[in-house]
Design a protein around this ligand. Structure first.
Ligand code: MRU
Length: 348
């Protein structure tokens, strides 16, 4: 069982593993306000859709605590500003907005209470969101584990592990759960340019738990598939549109196309909080563009010609037709489409 605590409450701080410096160093950063938490999300101390949602919830709770002795108008104004700040931290992962909505619902239902009581209730809600996320990941893991044959070699892209969630992970949660029931699953991790979530984070998580992992660069996946060395693909997602198109880390679409070409199942581990029925189809999902220096080099080492123009979309969209199944905490949705998602979300 994983013991990685991506986010933890250490009174009076939220602490988050600094994912920018893993695997070289394992360090927590402490947060005491919405502004600092929003900055931690923006600069990728914490990343991964569910983890970003948890962090945003704590960001609101921290701000409420910071202002709990203020007058009601100041408290209200400060809290509203924290919602605005956190909403603007990253645009693609819908879990951020989902978690902020949960916090807003709690706040709206308790406006008549004192700021100190509201602050307590909001902190409790953030703890709930975190605990729920682990339960959801375990439920998805159990359902997804059944899909993997014993001995499967599973390709994953980016990091959808414990580090991307409150614990256990979504895509890596399926792999962990399959191993827990005795299946000899091994992992092939795409390096995941430009931020290297696969090389730095997925590989580290798997090595921590002695789960066999082989690291490849992103352009090797087609070769591995053509040689019969990959049996399944599992990825996470940042937002699923109402027609079941899937936004995930840049490069996922390429992997899905390759998987279809080689008749390899392409699974998406997807908590219900990642399905956005307000977005009709994938091309309406906002895609974050990040700084050019992530593409022209890494940290202090810059290798591209100075002045070159760069594109750096952080996510892409895989059309629903390439998705073999969505693995949710409730059920596995085979060949997902608009009608199936509508039914699923109505029942939830
Ligand atoms: O830019 P990141 O590292 O936040 O992107 C993360 C991903 O794309 C993950 O695959 C996704 O959030 C699912 S995490 C369970």
């Amino acid at each position: 069982m994983t013991t990685i605590e991506t986010l933890r409450w250490r009174e009076p701080y939220l602490e988050m593993i600094d994912q920018r410096i893993l695997p070289a160093r394992f360090e927590y950063q402490a947060y005491d306000s919405a502004a600092s938490t929003a900055e931690g999300i923006r600069n990728m101390v914490v990343r991964g859709a569910p983890a970003i949602g948890c962090a945003a919830a704590y960001g609101v709770a921290l701000e409420a605590r910071r202002l709990q002795r203020a007058s009601f108008p100041d408290f209200e104004q400060g809290l509203e500003a924290s919602f605005a700040l956190l909403s603007a931290s990253r645009p693609t992962a819908v879990n951020l907005f989902w978690a902020l909505n949960r916090m807003r619902t709690k706040w709206n239902a308790n406006r008549h209470q004192s700021p100190a009581s509201v602050a307590q209730l909001l902190l409790h809600e953030a703890h709930e969101i975190l605990a729920e996320d682990i339960r959801i990941n375990r439920a998805m893991g159990a359902l997804g584990a059944d899909l993997l044959p014993d001995g499967a070699r599973v390709l994953t892209h980016c990091n959808a592990g414990a580090l991307a969630t409150a614990g256990h992970g979504t895509a890596l949660g399926v792999i962990r759960s399959a191993r827990e029931v005795g299946k000899k699953i091994s992992v092939i991790a795409d390096e995941t340019r430009p931020f290297l979530q696969g090389a730095r984070l997925t590989a580290w998580e798997m090595v921590q738990e002695n789960i066999p992992v082989t690291l490849i660069t992103d352009n090797m996946a087609g070769f591995m598939m053509s040689r019969g060395e990959i049996d399944a693909v599992i990825v996470g997602t940042d937002r699923v549109a109402a027609n079941a198109d899937v936004a995930n880390k840049i490069g996922t679409y390429m992997v899905a196309v390759l998987a279809r070409r080689h008749n390899i199942p392409f699974y998406v581990a997807c908590p219900l909080s990642t399905i956005d029925m307000t977005i009709p189809e994938g091309n309406a999902i906002p895609i974050e563009e990040r700084a050019a220096d992530e593409v022209t080099g890494y940290r202090d080492c810059q290798w591209a010609a100075q002045g070159v123009s760069v594109r750096n979309p952080a996510f892409d969209v895989t059309p629903a037709e390439l998705v073999t199944a969505l693995i949710t905490e409730k059920c596995v949705v085979n060949q997902p489409d608009r009608a199936k998602l509508l039914k699923l979300m109505k029942q939830s």
